[in-house]
Design a protein around this ligand. Structure first.
Ligand SMILES: O=C(O)CCC(=O)C(=O)O
Ligand SMILES: [Fe+2]
Length: 318
């Protein structure tokens, strides 16, 4: 059943009917499937300085059929969307983080992927990047985390993830591994479960920027028919409890006219001196030209960061 749905949305031969795809921006139509998540808590953090709107304005939902899937409707400011996009493209792709490109040896040790793409206008290399791993590296072949491949987890993404976890009741979430996925308009991610983490009670928090995607959430086996959801730029999906071990995948990226990363441009000026923005040249100088290559990337791509706790609470290594 999962594979049939996946194929249906993936096919380019015909335009799939999207009327069953739950769109959180069209709640009137989907209120029979989605309800407010009532257990959220204001944790009183200075959200703006980490790229989030004030907590009072967050809209947090759960699926009626699968209440362990939590959906936060775009809590990011446009500045925030820009910041996390820049981090994913320019910083998280630097060494020592691992990239799918590593075995090709195309990036000299004194350069980074983003620099190479920009300096030499290397669009082939730009399209070739599919993932980067942060913190504990997830070995895709063996599906195990090992202490040998562990980098420091980025402190900004750690803070963001803890704020989100706390807001839905997970006070002790420890971000220890993340996968940053880079999708183009023809990319897909097949159905899978994320079960390599020792700690499967901790939530898996997933942030998306850029083009939209159809996300399929299935059951614990591939026999169950999945629920399709539309994910927009800035949305957060959190897989908790039962949903944490369910099959999911991305059969299709959808081009969108909704570009929230452009809404205010650099009008959120007062933020340029606070928190994560304060020592970032792009925000300091408020130079639209510097943002341009990142915006161009987002126009045809989707970036997804998904953050996991690997270890049992209180344990510091494998
Ligand atoms: O891109 C997404 O939204 C999902 C990514 C995912 O499931 C994964 O990396 O395990
Ligand atoms: Fe996944």
């Amino acid at each position: 059943m999962f594979k049939d749905s996946f194929k249906y949305y993936k096919t380019k031969a015909s335009v799939p009917d999207l009327s069953d795809v739950i769109d959180i921006y069209d709640l009137n139509k989907f209120d029979y499937k989605v309800q407010l998540f009532k257990k959220s808590r204001n944790i009183g953090a200075n959200n703006e300085c980490i790229g989030l709107i004030p907590f009072e304005n967050w809209e947090i939902y759960e699926l009626k059929e699968k209440p362990d899937l939590i959906y936060i409707k775009t809590p990011f400011t446009s500045f925030g969307q820009r910041y996390w996009t820049i981090q994913c493209l320019e910083n998280y792709t630097k060494k020592p983080n691992k990239l799918n490109l590593d075995p090709f040896n195309e990036i000299p040790s004194n350069e980074s992927w983003w620099e190479m793409c920009q300096k030499y206008k290397n669009f082939q290399l730009l399209k070739k990047l599919r993932w980067a791993t942060l913190g504990y590296h997830h070995n895709w072949d063996t599906k195990v985390y090992t202490e040998d491949f562990r980098n420091e987890f980025p402190s900004d993404l750690g803070l963001l993830s803890k704020i989100v976890a706390k807001a839905i009741g997970y006070d002790y979430f420890e971000p220890q591994a993340a996968i940053v996925n880079f999708y183009h308009l023809d990319s897909t991610l097949s159905g899978h479960t994320d079960h390599s983490e020792i700690n499967l009670e901790a939530p898996l928090i997933s942030f998306s920027f850029g083009q939209s995607a159809i996300f399929l959430l299935g059951g614990k086996t591939l026999e169950e028919k999945p629920t399709p959801l539309l994910i927009h730029s800035g949305d957060i999906i959190i897989m908790t409890k039962e949903a944490r071990l369910c099959y999911h995948g991305i059969p299709r990226i959808l081009k969108t006219d909704n570009t929230p990363w452009n809404t205010n441009n650099f009008s959120e000026e007062k933020l340029a001196n606070c928190g994560i923005f304060s020592d970032h040249a792009i925000f300091k100088s408020q130079n639209e030209e510097l943002w341009k290559p990142f915006g161009q990337y987002l126009n045809n791509s989707r970036i997804n960061m998904n953050v996991r706790q690997v270890l049992p609470s209180g344990q510091s290594s494998l």
